[in-house]
Design a protein around this ligand. Structure first.
Ligand code: MIC
Ligand code: SF4
Length: 649
């Protein structure tokens, strides 16, 4: 049977289940990545599960999120991560080396392989022809220990690219166009596969930009073919040994095909406060801009920054603009440093930041009150920058540079029409220096894991209650992101300390939530979260499930729940339930007392009857879980289940 790329790679890695769209399958994971903000918990869980060594082909622990170090917490985490890596056979990328996704593309990713990462932008690896998927840290811990990763066998949407991008139109505009077409919701269980003649016109970093921001569609991942350009990229990284062509069969079938003519695209922007609010830059031009930030795992490759330098060379940014630059990796920074491009950017007036997530995760460069910030990253969720009143527009590096010069939103094609579009040739050889990657010892060595006071233990949970007697602890709207549930930014340093981090659950929605939920828990009441569509969009942070679990949340009832967050809820013993009739959402209010008499049987059956004692209404809920997931939830989470099996076995 002819196969598409997704089917080829998944079927090669299938260890459990039937390859039928919608059914749960288990796949073997070849590579894993973690970053520091999710990594500490992932490795604490790896330890708690009792594994002796990682069993993957390669596992890498990156430090890129928590690099501010305004206190001992981040440095404690780094030391823990470094020593854990040494002990269990993991490569450790030291702070200063760069952002996990950019680095993984440069130094580790290989076509045809599977990659699981505790970060939602892991699909960046799809630019190299990998099936690269984001997941919660516990799922990554299991995969590091050699266990399968479970996912719903996906439907595949093909994006057929034809033509060639015009000057000033960029890969970012391609993915923004796809976001305009598919939106940020309703794409759970889908993989996007790129194909068509237009693919040959896009370099690997451009493909990676598109695959990266595919995360905002809510799809499982995005993937490109692996072809001669992939081979050339790997060769320039000194890694063509792992090249392998990956292509769909000619008559492969797809669940849907979308045609995108690259030649017809225009410079676009995602407008506040969602990556899916896409508009043409020409349409919104003229708005005054106070800040421009260039960088992040979406747009900080050598190619991106050479383009920026080409645009800024010999010019000065508008006097009221603050321009910041954060390179994706040390390789990129050193290369543009050596060839003079960095000097052009600095001379134009840019502030040069560390090679890290930085502004993208809101731990630096919070914009001024009420200001407009133009950024090249992938998310403009409300409040993510650290300034709730700021308006964030997401654009390409070309557009960002043009806006910095103009001091307002501009279409780069119009604003820079007098200038030649800079030509950036992909280097035949990138500057390769892996000295900030600490490899684990070849032979087992005695390694003492360093645990400073910031390193807590993963919290425990009880078995699922036979009956739920709960209270609606909070009622939320549509598209609540994991940033809304568990803020990052300045709170991120508590990722390894659950009781402390739990003090900030729903901080932006309702500061009293943690204390109310804790009081309910102490009174023996189960907390229930009620939400609208696409609950848990965005980041993979499993803390958005762990911290609510710690506060006694036993169920989320929503109109729909996003893939990674649903898996995280299950892993921590919280039932992800959906309204059978979405209109019932209107009938529930915060503070209502709810009851589910026979929760156990209901979870087994996939249907729960929820009695609202405050209104007298009875509502039907659907609980769509695989047999494996039911066992996890009923055991009170994956760690409990694994431990009970180890004891029994
Ligand atoms: C993000 O972009 O939101 C993050 C920070 O990289 C997260 C991971 C995290 O919360 O640590 C992600 O995308 O998964
Ligand atoms: Fe880091 Fe931002 Fe990328 Fe997340 S999206 S990995 S915070 S650069």
């Amino acid at each position: 049977m002819p196969k598409n790329i997704v089917q080829k790679i998944l079927d090669d890695h299938l260890v459990e289940g039937q390859p039928v769209a919608g059914l749960e399958v288990g796949i073997k994971i070849d590579q894993t990545l973690t970053q520091d903000a999710t990594g500490t918990m992932a490795y604490l869980q790896f330890e708690a599960l009792g594994f002796e060594k990682v069993k993957t082909e390669v596992s890498v622990s990156y430090v890129d999120h928590n690099t501010i170090q305004d206190g001992f917490e981040n440095a404690d985490d780094h030391k823990y991560l470094e020593t854990v890596a040494q002990k269990y056979g993991i490569c450790f990328s030291r702070p200063g080396n760069g952002i996990c996704h950019q680095l993984h593309l440069e130094r580790f990713g290989c076509p045809g392989k599977t990659l699981l990462g505790s970060d939602s932008h892991t699909p960046t690896g799809g630019g190299l022809g990998m099936i690269a998927v984001g997941a919660g840290g516990l799922d990554v811990a299991v995969a590091m220990g050699g266990g399968p990763f479970y996912l719903s066998y996906p439907k595949v949407i093909k994006i057929d690219l034809q033509g060639k991008l015009s000057p000033w139109v960029s890969a970012k505009d391609v993915v923004l166009k796809v976001l305009e077409i598919l939106s940020t919701k309703g794409n759970v269980g889908v993989v996007v596969e790129y194909g068509g003649k237009g693919v040959e016109t896009l370099s690997v970093p451009e493909r990676a930009t598109i695959a990266n921001m595919g995360a905002e569609l809510g799809v499982t991942t995005s993937v490109f073919p692996s072809d001669n350009l992939t081979r050339a990229f790997l060769k320039a990284q000194g890694r063509d040994g792992c090249f392998k062509p990956v292509a769909a069969d000619d008559d492969a079938s797809y669940d849907r095909i979308i045609h995108v003519d690259l030649s017809a695209l225009e410079p676009l922007a995602a407008t506040p406060h969602s990556p899916g609010n896409v508009k043409r830059l020409a349409e919104i031009a003229g708005t005054k801009v106070q800040q421009v930030c260039i960088g992040s795992c979406t747009n900080s490759s050598y190619r991106d920054l050479m383009l920026v330098a080409g645009i800024l060379r010999g010019k000065k940014i508008a006097p009221h603009v603050s321009l910041a630059l954060a390179c994706g990796s040390r390789q990129v920074l050193e290369m543009i440093g050596r060839n003079g491009a960095l000097a052009d950017i600095i001379s134009a007036g840019a502030r040069v930041m560390e090679n890290a997530c930085g502004f993208c995760i809101g731990n630096s460069l919070a914009p001024a009150t009420g200001s407009v910030s133009v950024r090249t990253n992938n998310r403009n969720f409300f409040g993510r920058t650290g300034t709730e009143s700021a308006q964030v527009f997401l654009v390409s590096p070309e557009a960002a540079a043009a806006c910095a010069l103009a001091g307002e939103l501009v279409d780069p094609a119009k604003f820079l029409s007098g200038q030649k579009y800079p030509v950036v040739d992909m280097p035949d050889k990138f500057l390769i220096d892996d000295s900030l990657i600490v490899r684990p010892p070849e032979k087992t060595a005695k390694v003492e894991i360093v645990r400073g006071p910031n390193i807590g233990a993963p919290p425990s949970n009880d078995e699922y209650p036979m009956a739920l007697s709960g209270v609606v602890a909070i009622c939320l709207k549509d598209k609540v992101t994991t940033d809304d549930i568990m803020p990052a930014g300045s709170r991120m340093k508590y990722r390894s300390n659950i009781p402390k981090y739990a003090e900030f659950v729903f901080e932006r929605e309702d500061k009293t939530f943690p204390s109310r939920a804790m009081e309910n828990k102490k009174k023996g009441l189960h907390n229930i979260i009620v939400a609208g569509e696409s609950y848990g969009q965005g980041s993979s942070r499993e803390h958005a499930a762990i911290c609510p679990m710690y506060l006694g949340v036993k169920m989320v009832v929503a109109k729909s729940i996003e893939r990674i967050h649903k898996a995280n809820l299950v892993n921590f013993g919280i039932v992800p339930a959906l309204f059978a009739n979405p209109a019932d959402y209107e009938s529930i209010k915060q503070g209502d007392l709810l009851e589910v008499k026979d929760a156990y049987t209901g979870i087994e059956k996939g249907e729960l009857s929820l009695a609202n004692s405050s209104t007298g209404a009875v509502i039907v809920l659907k609980v769509d879980l695989s047999e494996r997931q039911k066992q996890i939830v009923l055991a009170g989470g994956l760690i409990n289940l694994t431990r009970s099996r180890t004891k029994a076995g």
